[in-house]
Design a protein around this ligand. Structure first.
Ligand code: 5RP
Length: 234
């Protein structure tokens, strides 16, 4: 489990998050992801708003990114007002050499996917621990509480072992920002992420899963402050 605390300093995450903020310029509408790595991007954008007069609008992906963006002084808009974003920047839990990612460690992947799919350019910020030749971490799947048993059975039929995510400092399951449950599903090594993504999406009651096949660029931060940039071959 990675450290999700946005107060813990991480030079690698900071390097990636701050570098990606450099892609943003005045006039842009920016999707703001969730998690401890993109928190550095949001703080850096806030610094540029205050110190450089950067003029942007943000679209948030969770209550966490909303609170961070408001604290940072970033003006916010909605997808209803601005359906097309110039760029979206977000973290990931795991990302493979083909830039397929697993997201949802913060249970925010439904809005994150909608925001990233609304953007002309989707950039993931991460530290080296997130990179892998193949995906194999449990896949977060947001499900309607009404459909829990059906989704559990159908996911088992796909070869996955689901575990209902439990809350911390609250008894019972995690309730997402959308009012749903999260199943963390162990599929072992995922040999064909695109095919699995389609199969999970086809289950009634699944709101959204955490397999992302739409990453354009990956910014990986290192301890020495350097950043490796990889672009998708799409
Ligand atoms: C939240 C996410 C996060 O972007 C992902 O969990 C990475 O978080 P962190 O940067 O804290 O490691 O998908 O749902």
């Amino acid at each position: 489990m990675t450290d999700r605390n946005i107060s813990t300093d991480s030079p690698e995450k900071r390097a990636a998050g701050v570098a990606a903020a450099g892609l943003v310029s005045s006039g842009m509408v920016v999707g703001l992801g969730t998690g401890s790595t993109v928190a550095y991007t949001i703080k850096e954008l806030g610094r540029r708003v205050k110190e450089e007069g950067l003029d942007i609008l943000g679209v948030v992906t969770s209550y966490q990114s909303e609170m961070l963006a408001i604290d940072a002084g970033i003006r916010l808009t909605t997808l209803s007002q601005n359906p097309e974003l110039d760029i979206a920047i977000d973290g990931a839990d795991q990302i493979d050499s083909g830039l397929r990612a697993i997201k949802g460690g913060g249970a925010a992947h439904t809005r994150e996917k909608i925001v990233s799919m609304s953007a002309k350019r989707f950039v993931v910020v991460a530290d080296e621990s997130k990179t892998s030749t193949q995906l194999g971490k449990p896949v977060p799947v947001e499900v309607l509480p009404f459909a829990k048993e059906l989704t559990v059975n159908k996911i088992r039929g796909l070869g996955g072992e689901p575990e209902l995510r439990s809350a911390v400092k609250k008894d019972g399951p995690v309730i997402t920002d959308n009012g749903n449950f999260i199943l963390d599903v162990d599929f072992g090594v995922i040999r064909d992420p695109e095919a699995l993504a389609l199969q999970i999406s086809a289950i009634p009651g699944v709101v959204e899963h955490g397999i992302f096949c739409n990453v354009d660029e990956l910014y990986t931060g290192n301890k020495d402050g350097s950043v490796k940039i990889v672009s998708s071959q799409k």
